[in-house]
Write a protein that binds this ligand. Structure first.
Ligand code: SF4
Length: 225
C-alpha cells in the first residue's frame, strides 16, 4: 500500500472497521493498513513505565464512566460528568498537586472547580490567563485590534501560566476555557501533562460541538463559507 496516501479516518464509511475488529476492513486510505511503521514507533513509546501507567489509567477511567458493563447486549450507559472524570483520573494516578489554568472570562467557573478539587483533597494552584498584567501592546497589537477598542487591555499569558505551574511542580494541569491558540501555547510550555475541562465557545456556552450538530441546520454557514 502506498505510503503517500493520506489518512482520512473521518471519511471512513465501512461498517465493521479494521481498527475496531480484526474481522473488519479499512478503505484504501486506512492508516491501520498503511501506517505500520508509525504504529510500531508509537507502541514503543508506551513502553515507558510512566507513559504506560498514564495510558492504562486513562483507559480504566474511560471504562468506569459506564455502568452495567457486563450485560449482553451491552448498551452504553454513561454516568460521569467530565468534572468527575478528571477527579477520578487524578486519584487513580495519585496526583496530589493540580494546576488549574483558567480564563478570566470563566472566573466563577474556575473558582467553583478549584473548590470542588480541594474538597476532594487535592492541593490546587490556580492561575488566571491575565497573570502578569502585561499590556497587549507587548504583542505589537494596535488599539483597534483589542476587544474593547481604545482601552487598556491585558494580554492573555498562557506561557506564564505554564511557567508558574512548572515552578510549583504540579503533577497534572487542567485547562478551563483558554482561548484557541492560548491553550496551544500552554500545552507546549507546560512540563506536566495537561487535560482540558472546558473548551471555550463564546457563543455556545462552551459546548463547541453544538456547531457541528447544527452544521446542516442553523449553522449551515459553516459548510458554505
Ligand atoms: S483506521 Fe481504518 S478502519 Fe479505522 S476509521 Fe480509520 S480508515 Fe476506518
Amino acid at each position: 500500500m502506498s505510503k503517500e496516501i493520506k489518512p482520512e479516518c473521518a471519511l471512513c464509511n465501512v461498517e465493521v472497521k479494521l481498527c475496531r475488529s480484526k474481522e473488519g476492513t479499512g478503505p484504501q486510505f486506512c492508516p491501520t493498513k498503511t501506517k505500520e511503521k508509525e504504529l510500531q514507533r508509537a507502541l514503543k513509546k508506551y513502553q515507558n513505565q510512566e507513559t504506560m501507567r498514564f495510558a492504562k489509567a486513562a483507559s480504566l477511567q474511560e471504562a468506569e464512566c459506564y455502568v452495567r458493563r457486563k450485560e449482553k447486549p451491552f448498551v452504553l450507559r454513561p454516568t460521569k460528568t467530565r468534572v468527575e472524570e478528571v477527579i477520578e483520573f487524578a486519584q487513580k494516578m495519585d496526583f496530589r498537586k493540580l494546576g488549574v489554568a483558567f480564563c478570566a472570562g470563566l472566573f466563577s467557573e474556575g473558582n467553583t472547580f478549584v473548590r470542588i478539587l480541594e474538597k476532594h483533597g487535592f492541593e490546587v494552584i490556580s492561575v488566571c490567563c491575565k497573570v502578569g498584567g502585561v499590556p497587549k501592546e507587548f504583542l505589537g497589537l494596535r488599539d483597534d485590534e483589542k476587544v474593547r477598542v481604545g482601552t487598556n487591555e491585558t494580554m492573555c499569558n498562557p506561557i506564564t501560566q505554564a511557567e508558574i505551574m512548572n515552578e510549583a511542580g504540579t503533577d497534572f494541569n487542567i485547562l478551563v476555557g483558554l482561548c484557541v491558540g492560548h491553550d496551544a501555547l500552554f500545552l507546549k510550555s507546560a512540563k506536566a501533562l495537561t487535560t482540558v475541562l472546558v473548551a471555550k465557545d463564546r457563543v455556545l456556552g462552551h459546548n463547541p460541538v453544538a456547531a457541528l450538530y447544527g452544521a446542516k441546520g442553523y449553522f449551515q454557514r459553516l459548510m458554505n463559507p
